[in-house]
Design a protein around this ligand. Structure first.
Ligand SMILES: [Zn+2]
Ligand SMILES: [Zn+2]
Length: 254
């Protein structure tokens, strides 16, 4: 299994997981043309994708999905709640499938385990993806961690983990008060300290990749995210990867 990011942040997200001939794209927040260009950087064509998995209906995640899936005839999977929230955008499209947010299902060679998360969307999930030998946990867009989230992520071999903001930078920054409250709230986004706390609560003994994701440009820096995560893991800062908005990150193997 290997995985790579097309880009990560509030302006668009996309993460590819590959095992043999199976390739799933988790979310697509980019235009049709931009998505193709970002896939090409990873050596992929749109038709190499088996399916698109959607996490929730916010535009940085689902915004590019209907047009890209329709253009290239790619299957789309989302929770029934997410599908209900975006039904009009998928009208008339075939191969759009709902799933139960508490049940593991298979797409080709990959086992997909949805992880329900607290976030201000209809039925948001994140994912743990397995190939029979290894597990990759992808966790962004949640306000707080939960016992269920931690039970799902414990023992993973790789994690892509939201480090959205630094609490002090958000508080002192220029965002309007209601937006600050939304981001910092229980249905908002995970801050660096909360991401570090999550790592302290789970078994990270198998971890060979950790990538900080969905960083706010205004309210965080890669250095602050790295410092928080390596403090929890007891590792050096250069071991912590950063998924950025423009480049995402290159293939990582498990
Ligand atoms: Zn997002
Ligand atoms: Zn969101």
């Amino acid at each position: 299994m290997r995985f790579a990011s097309l880009g990560s942040g509030s302006e668009g997200n996309g993460l590819v997981v590959e095992c043999g001939d199976t390739r799933v794209l988790i979310d697509c927040g980019f235009s049709v043309r931009d998505t193709s260009a970002r896939l090409a950087r990873l050596g992929l064509a749109p038709t190499d994708l088996t399916a698109i998995l959607v996490t929730h209906e916010h535009s940085d995640h689902v915004g590019g999905v209907p047009a890209f899936a329709a253009r290239h005839g790619i299957a789309v999977w989302a929770t029934f709640g997410t599908l209900a929230a975006v039904a009009d955008r998928f009208e008339g499209m075939e191969r759009v499938y709902g799933f139960d947010g508490h049940e593991t299902f298979a797409i080709g060679a990959l086992a997909i385990t949805p992880v329900p998360v607290p976030h201000d969307a209809r039925e948001p999930v994140q994912y743990v993806i397995g190939d029979g030998a290894h597990h990759l946990g992808v966790l962004t867009d949640l306000g707080v961690s939960t016992a269920h989230v931690e039970a799902c992520l414990t023992g993973c071999d790789a994690l892509v983990l939201e480090c959205n903001h630094d609490v002090d930078l958000l508080e002192k920054g220029s965002y309007p008060r209601p937006l600050k409250q939304r981001i910092a709230g229980r249905l908002g986004h995970l801050d660096n300290g909360a991401a570090a706390e999550l790592l302290r609560n789970i078994d990270t003994s198998r971890l060979v990749h950790i990538v900080a994701a969905h960083l706010s440009r205004e309210n965080n820096t890669p250095e602050l995210a790295r410092t928080a995560l390596c403090g929890a893991l007891g590792c050096s800062g250069d071991w912590i990867g950063i998924a950025d908005q423009a480049q995402g990150f290159d293939w990582r193997e498990l």
